[in-house]
Design a protein around this ligand. Sequence first.
Ligand code: SF4
Length: 297
Amino acid sequence: MTIRYDLPLWRPPSEGSSLIIQSTIGCSYNHCSFCSMYTNKVFRIRPLEHIFSDIDAGARDWPQAHRVFLADGDAMSLQTESLHRILDYLHARLPRLARVSSYATPDNINRKSVKALASLKARKLSLIYLGIESGHIEILKRIAKGASPRGIARAIQRASEAGFQVSCMVILGLGGREYSERHIAATVELVNAAPPTYLSTLQLDLHRAAAPGFVPRWERHGRPFQSLNDDECLGEMARLVAGVAPARPIIFRSNHASNALSLGGILPRDKEAILRTIAQARNAADSWLRPRSLRGY
Ligand code: SF4
């Protein structure tokens, strides 16, 4: 008996040492124009007995596992009762279990009551990964995000209120040249209104990220999308870091493999140091940057 993965399998960089259990297959939304992670999968909820069987296999092969990531794209779309049963089974089979995490859409979170979210937190589902992508409403519409800045902020606030750690992603370059200033200004506003626990950047590269035949949504509307170069993306990162002034500290990082420059620190404490490093990298041209051949999603 082994874990039966339905490939491809995606997980955040920070879940590299977690046991991965697929509770759902694909993404229940699956429309974001920049994302091709689950375009070859039809969304479905796995039968509980299959999930339990995978947990049994994981517990047998790795009884000391203490972190579990529930895949695929939005396991938080499951009914709260189903998540309770999965979490209770994980507890029963993994005595050292300390943390369960999952990707989530804003809609997944906003559909659950804070009380329901807190009941998941009480069962150690304590970290969600939620894409902000951009705080600008026009960009969110154009990428077909299916969420407004207000809905995203509400999801972050409600998950935080329930006791979750919230890890959010912002996509540098997502507005192209035309929307670059507005993309970052609105994103700063959203982050300051609803500060997550972690804030990460991903750097847009449509050619690498896209599935074969993918046409950026803006091109579909007859407006050429002007991608940002590395220096312009670093400029966006600098404006983001400079603008974020959260009511509570945020752990910032740009360690996703798509980024030209990998950085980390706590905001606002390390703001000046991070900004200095970005400025030095921009002055040094390409020598500080991750070679394109080593970037990925
Ligand atoms: S970005 Fe997230 S919500 Fe959007 S299609 Fe991809 S997995 Fe689904």
